[in-house]
Design a binder for this molecule. Structure first.
Ligand SMILES: Cc1cc2nc3c(=O)[nH]c(=O)nc-3n(C[C@H](O)[C@H](O)[C@H](O)COP(=O)(O)OP(=O)(O)OC[C@H]3O[C@@H](n4cnc5c(N)ncnc54)[C@H](O)[C@@H]3O)c2cc1C
Length: 408
């Protein structure tokens, strides 16, 4: 899709000045995506094949640990730099964005934020360099939106915990070498106190891939059901405080939703660029007022979405710096940040869906046709309304925080 874009349009319409370190980073990432990735993504989507070679290239270019401090092997560009990358990748292929997002935002970042020095030094260099892929395993057959309802258990056995249970819809779940697993240490204690986060290495054994899902979109990313059968995890691999795993999950999801909003902005911008380019090439289409209004509506929403997303990335970036430095962030502040990330995720993903639909309308058959057009982006985009909490759940988070009702 991106290969068909006129990059001059893109730069004229969308760029605004960023601090030099981000500007240089974005330029080199764009160049990398243009030359190494864009022409391959159709193939991986059509074949429903994991883009191993591409992910290797991302790692060689240092794009698998963007927000992680350099002392742990990352690029130290914070959540904002990471969000910029997700935005650019979102213009090219959301499946690649999903693989990198699950690895970086949902596995590397929580290890950085909640890990002790030994855990950071053990796991982050391998992850940030791409020697190992990461995954985040929260969802279960009976616990999707109701994530607190997980039934995977962690039972103490000497110096280890035995994990037993089934996780489903796990991005990278069949491939990851390091998996963050959330398990109930005591179901009777509920979400706060009863769930612990574990850093699990596939090499520990007792992990089986039961199924890899087939999907409408983001087909190059794998989504797996994984089963834990007496998977033995040393107690040193508890991430954060014992029993406080739900907080680890929610914090990771705050970052995930914020970067996901940036990926959705990328999708919205890509479809707007395609509408503009198509209309310029078809003056008989461009002269219709209905088309001009669709372009204008998409431009308004893409502009607003980018502001919302960047604001959220900056806020989360500052929040994460504080957490990484061991600062306690008061609960009210954390919940306000969660409200903002929920707003960014819900708004930007819905903007992307609307924009892709309008672009499809403007481009007629050329939008609908299979091939390097809009069709893949259209199939891919809706996932942003589902994962990391559906947009219904985002609305629940927003309303609950504003009304200050108790958590269930
Ligand atoms: C491609 C893909 C990749 C994923 N990757 C990961 C991953 O890497 N790690 C991971 O842990 N999970 C992952 N997930 C899981 C994802 O986060 C869940 O699918 C999502 O949270 C929704 O859960 P569910 O599918 O079980 O739907 P359900 O929870 O069954 O929801 C069904 C419908 O009911 C609505 N609903 C449910 N409860 C409420 C409520 N209280 N109020 C209002 N509406 C409600 C929902 O909005 C939805 O419309 C992934 C999912 C997909 C599709």
């Amino acid at each position: 899709m991106a290969s068909r874009l006129n990059s001059k349009i893109s730069e004229l319409v969308y760029d605004y000045e960023l601090p030099p370190k981000y500007d240089l980073f974005r330029e080199s990432l764009r160049e990398f995506l243009r030359t190494d990735i864009a022409d391959t993504v159709e193939y991986y989507d059509k074949e429903e094949k994991y883009p191993e070679e591409n992910i290797r290239k991302f790692s060689e270019h240092g794009y698998l640990g963007i927000p992680i401090p350099s002392k742990y092997g990352g690029a130290e560009l914070g959540e904002f730099g990471y969000g910029l990358a997700v935005q650019e990748i979102g213009k090219v292929c959301s499946a690649h964005g999903t693989i990198i997002g699950a690895h970086t935002g949902l596995c590397c970042v929580p290890i950085w934020l909640f890990g002790n020095e030994s855990q950071r030094n053990t796991y982050l260099p391998d992850l940030a360099s791409g020697r190992k892929l990461g995954a985040f395993a929260l969802t279960e057959p009976g616990a999707g939106s109701d994530a607190a309802n997980i039934k995977t258990t962690a039972t103490k056995s000497g110096d280890h915990y035995l994990l037993n249970g089934t996780k489903q819809f796990i991005s990278n779940g069949d491939r990851a070498g390091t998996i963050l697993v959330f398990a109930a240490n005591d179901i009777s204690l509920g979400a706060y106190g009863g769930i612990t986060a574990f850093i699990v290495e596939r090499s520990f054994g007792g992990i089986r891939t039961a199924r890899v899902e087939q999907k409408m979109g983001i087909r190059a990313s794998t989504t797996a059901q994984i089963v834990f059968e007496d998977c033995s995890v040393p107690k040193e691999n508890i991430l954060g405080t014992f029993g406080a795993g739900f907080l680890v999950a929610l914090t990771a999801l705050d970052g995930g939703r914020s970067s996901l909003s940036a990926g959705a902005v990328g999708g919205a911008e890509m479809s707007l660029e395609m509408m503009i380019e198509y209309s310029r090439q078809h003056p008989e289409v461009a002269e219709k007022q209905s088309v001009q209004w669709m372009i204008a509506d998409c431009a308004i929403e893409a502009h607003a979405a980018r502001k919302v997303s960047y604001d959220s990335l900056n806020e989360v970036g500052y929040y994460f710096e504080r957490l990484a430095n061991g600062e306690k962030v008061p609960r009210m502040q954390r919940e306000m940040i969660s409200r903002h990330t929920a707003i960014a995720k819900a708004y930007c993903s819905e903007v992307a869906s609307r924009s892709l639909e309008k672009a499809m309308q403007v481009m007629g058959f050329d939008g609908y046709a299979e091939g390097p057009g809009l069709e893949r982006g259209y199939r891919d985009s809706f996932i942003a309304e589902i994962y990391e909490g559906t947009n219904d759940i985002q609305r629940l988070v927003i309303a609950r925080e504003l009304l200050q009702t108790e958590r269930s």
